[in-house]
Design a protein around this ligand. Structure first.
Ligand code: NAP
Ligand code: FE
Length: 371
């Protein structure tokens, strides 16, 4: 079996890592654009202050773009790119959850390339500004991935940009920024990281290193999900574990891609406002049933065993207790969801590729909760 591993991000992990290692910013340029969410969480959790202080310490000028909404739109990143161009930014710093980090990556592309939206999604660009990533949620792993996922209203869906050029050059992971994430977002993001490890482990693109990382991420996240289901508030130790596990799971999907849960989850997010991770968690049980039926010899059992589950049903019960019940879908919703998912490129990463009838069945199991 041939495989390739590429993980160029300089990763700094631990409390106080930005101030301790601010020197690495010095090589990145003289002017930065700091990209963050519109809700102000990065002001409250200290991440924005730390990165701005570090930039000041390195005599790097910076401007702030703090308008990124959850599931960022193409329009928002275009506005950010304009600011990056006007301020002549040499690099982009994304601070926040996956949304600001993904926005920072797209801004880094658009600031350097006069391209159409179709060219953006097709990856028709080469030079991009370097990106520094400061994650403040423990879920997406965007701080190390080659993906930027944007909401594109023209196609009524979320769409990925995939390019090695947007893998962040530097990632600062300080668990302290995640200490006060509300429980809802903690659950959403932990399930996202779980789904990355799970889908990545099953992916036809998995390799020995991604498998190691996926199993370790599952081993770490499984017990954390169990505590969340029991309404136990994560302590600082749990938060550190979740941030580390989401980093591992991010490195996994960087090489394997995601698959059916992500492909179908995007419609729950776009049309029904279900947060990204929760949307994946809704679909994982039915996806697993599909894989079990189509590929009885898949290594799926190893995945749920690593996470501490005794059976598919055990995993389904826990995930569904965490996700809650989705809003009802009309037959028209179902048709649209299946149609959209059937066009997703990442279906090809699944060990069995579902056709439209399979996707309809996966959706039916998801809604009926009969595994
Ligand atoms: P998010 O959309 O970045 O943030 C969700 C909410 O959490 C926002 O209201 C945000 O507030 C808040 N928040 C962020 N950090 C916080 C903190 N430390 N304390 C309190 N609140 C905090 O959520 P996410 O789940 O991290 O990212 C989801 C996005 O990432 C989706 O668009 C998804 O498709 C994408 N994604 C990307 C990849 C990839 O490889 N690139 C992989 C998976 C998912 P603010 O408004 O203040 O920011
Ligand atoms: Fe995800």
């Amino acid at each position: 079996m041939n495989w390739h591993w590429y993980a160029p991000t300089q990763i700094y992990f631990g409390r106080g890592v930005i101030m301790e290692n601010s020197g690495v910013l010095q090589n990145m340029g003289r002017q930065a654009l700091v990209v963050t969410g519109r809700g102000g969480s990065s002001r409250r959790n200290g991440s924005l202050e730390d990165i701005c202080t570090a930039l000041d310490k390195c005599h790097i000028k910076w401007e702030l773009f703090d308008k990124v909404e959850p599931n960022p739109s193409v329009t928002t990143v275009m506005e950010g790119a304009q600011q990056a161009q006007i301020s002549k930014a040499d690099f982009i710093v994304g601070v926040g959850g996956g949304s600001p980090l993904d926005a920072a990556k797209a801004i880094a592309i658009l600031a350097k390339n006069e391209i159409t939206v179709d060219q953006l999604f097709a990856g028709h660009f080469e030079k991009v500004l370097p990106v520094v990533a400061v994650p403040t949620t423990a879920g997406t792993g965007s701080e190390v991935t080659p993906y930027s996922i944007l909401t594109y209203s023209k196609i009524q869906n979320k769409k990925s940009i995939r390019s090695p050029y947007i893998i962040p050059a530097v990632a600062f992971l300080d668990p302290e920024y995640t200490f006060n994430i509300p429980m809802d977002t903690t659950v959403d993001t932990a399930i996202d990281a779980f789904s990355h490890a799970y889908e990545g482990f099953l992916s036809v693109n998995s390799n020995p290193i991604s498998d190691l990382m996926a199993l370790e991420a599952l081993r770490l996240i499984g017990p954390e999900l169990l505590l969340m289901a029991r309404q136990v508030q994560p302590d600082q130790g749990n938060r550190q574990v979740l941030l580390y596990a989401s980093l591992l799971a991010g490195m996994v999907i960087s090489h394997t891609g995601t698959s059916v849960p992500h492909a179908m989850g995007y419609s729950f997010t776009y049309f029904k406002d279900v947060p990204h991770g929760r949307a994946n968690g809704l679909i994982i049980p039915a996806f697993s049933r599909f894989i079990l039926d189509k590929c009885p010899n898949s290594k799926m059992n190893l995945a749920w065993q690593a996470a501490g589950f005794t059976s598919l049903k055990d995993m389904a019960d826990l995930l569904w207790s965490l996700t809650g019940t989705p809003a009802e879908l009309t037959p028209e919703d179902e048709r649209v969801f299946v149609n959209i998912a059937s066009q997703a490129k990442n279906l090809a990463n699944s060990p069995a590729i579902p056709d439209k009838a399979d996707l309809a069945q996966i959706l039916a199991i998801t809604m009926n909760r009969q595994i």
